[in-house]
Design a protein around this ligand. Sequence first.
Ligand code: ATP
Length: 306
Amino acid sequence: IIQLYTPLNWFGTYYRMIQSAFIDMESMFDLLTEEKEVKDDVNAGDLSFTEGRVDFQNVCFSYTAGTEILSEVSFTVMPGQTVALVGPSGSGKSTIIRLLFRFYDVQGGCILIDGQDISKVRQNSLRSYIGVVPQDTVLFNDNIRENIRYGRISASDQEVEEAAVAADIHHKILSLPDGYNTEVGERGLKLSGGEKQRVAIARTILKSPRIILLDEATSALDSQTERNIQASLAKVCANHTTLVVAHRLSTIISSDQILVLQDARIAERGRHEELLAMGGLYAAMWLKQQQTPESEVSTEEQPQEP
Ligand code: ATP
């Protein structure tokens, strides 16, 4: 009997050692990953997407206890509409985008897509319907063709080029040393902020998501680049539910609704003309931007120094 038990005990001891090693490793990874992933519910199902209505209902959120970034924030983006978020730096505009993509879970209230609480559906399913054009696009150490194809891995070369045309970056790519095969990213050619953003737009065009989240770059673009980007974005966003964080108010004049964030709340909401007529925060921001001389608008179109 003893002979029979020994290997079992031996196995048990080792099993426990290996198990605890894995647990240690897990907690180490927890410490290492700065932004802890949100977890799916065990029984989480897929999002059943119908028309693309987005509701924020009394959403409360803070990154660190005691500093409330959003307090009881409520708004609706109707299917196919464009809602713009404006407000001072640090007022929580990008946070709203991150919450809708579920980088974090809300701490109060809820976010609904087509009536379903996004914290109750599988992240992969949620994210498959959403395309994000971030403030700062990450390029991988690969050629520009693959960097665009990242939007939809199964896309053909022709589809990649069509997306590049729509995002107004095709001609720029053709002028690069190896065209679409030019290596970009940290170890390759550096692209300017405006060019990187157009790569992000091309990716989004390939993904063709139902909901689009745009985080406009803080830095100013020259007016021609701005117009080109706006034109390509307008094509992508037409008839898609769109949430855009805007730094330049000129880009959101035609939005269906503008939300002005301040002190963790929506201070004003309405269309451009309505907000101007109110003569409040938005009107003051608008006036200030109108007074900024053109010469202060820097160009990002120059390739950055490596
Ligand atoms: P900007 O116009 O400058 O892009 P924003 O309105 O988009 O600003 P957010 O990026 O949403 O602002 O940030 C809101 C607040 O939360 C800021 O004070 C910021 O410092 C803080 N914050 C953002 N991300 C984190 C994080 N990961 N951990 C802790 N605090 C954060």
